[in-house]
Design a protein around this ligand. Sequence first.
Ligand code: FAD
Length: 342
Amino acid sequence: MIFEENVSLAPLTTLKVGGPARYFAQPTSVDELKATLAEAHDRGLAIFILGGGSNVVVSDSGFDGLVIRPAFVGVQFEVEDGKMRVSAGAGENWDTFVESCVKMELAGVEALSGIPGLVGGTPIQNVGAYGQEVSETIVSVECLNRESGAIEIFSNADCRFAYRQSIFNSTHRDRYVILKVNFELTRNGKPKVAYRDLIERFDGRDPSLADVRAAVLEIRRSKSMVIDASDPNSRSAGSFFKNPIVKQEVYDHIAAGFDNVPKFPAGRDHVKISAAWLIENAGFQKGYRMGGAGISARHPLAIINADGATAAEIIALKDAIQQAVSERFSIDLTPEPTFVGF
Ligand SMILES: Cc1cc2nc3c(=O)[nH]c(=O)nc-3n(C[C@H](O)[C@H](O)[C@H](O)COP(=O)(O)OP(=O)(O)OC[C@H]3O[C@@H](n4cnc5c(N)ncnc54)[C@H](O)[C@@H]3O)c2cc1C
């Protein structure tokens, strides 16, 4: 098996920073993937699985091993008990998949319109936006065990989905390659209008799936949260930090000193605080610049490659934000992206 060598990773990511992969492979079938993993194992190469590169930060020195970018494509639709079962290959573009589902009047993923990356990346952090999470419609995730080479199928419950979390980015991190994701969508179902921006926009009206998709895309565009090559504010990894979940008393302590600290319910005795609010109130405003890195002028949670940033500059800004929030509010912000080659 021949691997490509010295492949630049920055163009394969949305943040556009970082050095090369020493080796690179794009298997298009499970057999090719197995052969790729076996060869990497024989040669003692470290492995990183790359999807659409929209939730990664690659180090300036790159990755001294093999980067595998699974290119399994194909989407199958099958009606079962009046529900639509949809299987999508990990290498399918996520938003193209959502667009097809909306066109076919299949409800369940419409509010996740415009999220960059591939289908295989969505279960990893249980992507969510505008009141919807991908875990609401995932039935199972088909994976290849990187160690044994066996195919394993994880049910929705097995994946232990939570806010920006699954077994794939926690307990079972780096153990599987996701091959295919199986969804159950509702035929001619109603769109999910649960998020404040959407509720206000539709104001009691009964929008179609296409209306909700269009509204989400418009709102996302206004925040530079869809990839647009002409918009430097979208040269990001999306939201860089998770919204921290804290005990009610921690929230109360912060809220005592400020008006209207945004919060969302997060289970018994806990609330989710807006990371964007914490960042702005720790002194980092939209449009802030630090070397080539910066904060999006349209979204305080997005660290951007403002102007020829290095990965080191992105990390320096991340560290500065984390330190300021910790000093001001005694809260540790957890980054969302995966750090590669650090
Ligand atoms: C502008 C912008 C807006 C965004 N908006 C949102 C949002 O609204 N909500 C949200 O949740 N996220 C958002 N994101 C983050 C990101 O788009 C999602 O997390 C996306 O699902 C990542 O998929 P990817 O294919 O790009 O994965 P990558 O970034 O390539 O990889 C991310 C992680 O998943 C792993 N991985 C990827 N594919 C596989 C596979 N097949 N098998 C095993 N592991 C794999 C990688 O190893 C890595 O650890 C946004 C990002 C950007 C740039």
